[in-house]
Design a protein around this ligand. Structure first.
Ligand code: RTP
Ligand code: MG
Length: 139
């Protein structure tokens, strides 16, 4: 199968809790190649735009406040079947439903503060990658 790409963010809770190194280690050990990466902080407008699909949901303002409260690590990952395999690696949205060994089971704090983001389709992976990275930052 051809290699494909997905987009991820290590969210503010996991950065605050010192889990960046362990999460990157798990990502690499699971066969994903990092082809872009940076630490950055999203503005309110950035987070509102990035998560615009959820803007009618009751948790939207909580999500924007959370995602902007500190730095994140954004990355683009390459692997065969990247989007689907990465969603499997991170586990269910709610860490209490996440399978043993998944990143959210190991490092998430709650449903809202769940350590990592993973794109949900190839199309969104591209949109989200371009949102965070310029062409010369992608290798
Ligand atoms: P993500 O987009 O961050 O990878 O997460 P996901 O696909 O597993 O979940 P999604 O439904 O897209 O929700 C986006 C993020 O919103 C927060 N959330 N809070 N308090 C709540 O009820 C609630 N529900 C979702 C989580 O941070 C979730 O990852
Ligand atoms: Mg999502």
């Amino acid at each position: 199968m051809a290699k494909s790409r997905t987009f991820t963010m290590i969210k503010p809770d996991a950065v605050e809790n010192g889990h960046v190194g362990a999460i990157l280690e798990k990502i690499s050990a699971s066969g994903f190649k990092i082809v872009a990466m940076k630490m950055t902080q999203m503005s309110k407008t950035d987070a509102e735009n990035f998560y615009a699909i959820h803007n009618e949901r009751p948790f939207f303002s909580e999500l924007v406040t959370f995602m902007t409260r500190g730095p994140i690590v954004a990355a683009i990952l390459e692997k065969e079947n990247a989007v689907s395999d990465f969603r499997t690696l991170i586990g269910a949205t709610n860490p209490s439903d996440a399978a043993d060994g998944t990143i959210r089971k190991l490092f998430a704090t709650s449903l809202g503060e769940n350590a990592v983001h993973g794109s949900d389709s190839d199309e969104n992976a591209l949109i989200e990658s371009v949102f965070h990275f310029s062409g010369r930052e992608i290798f």
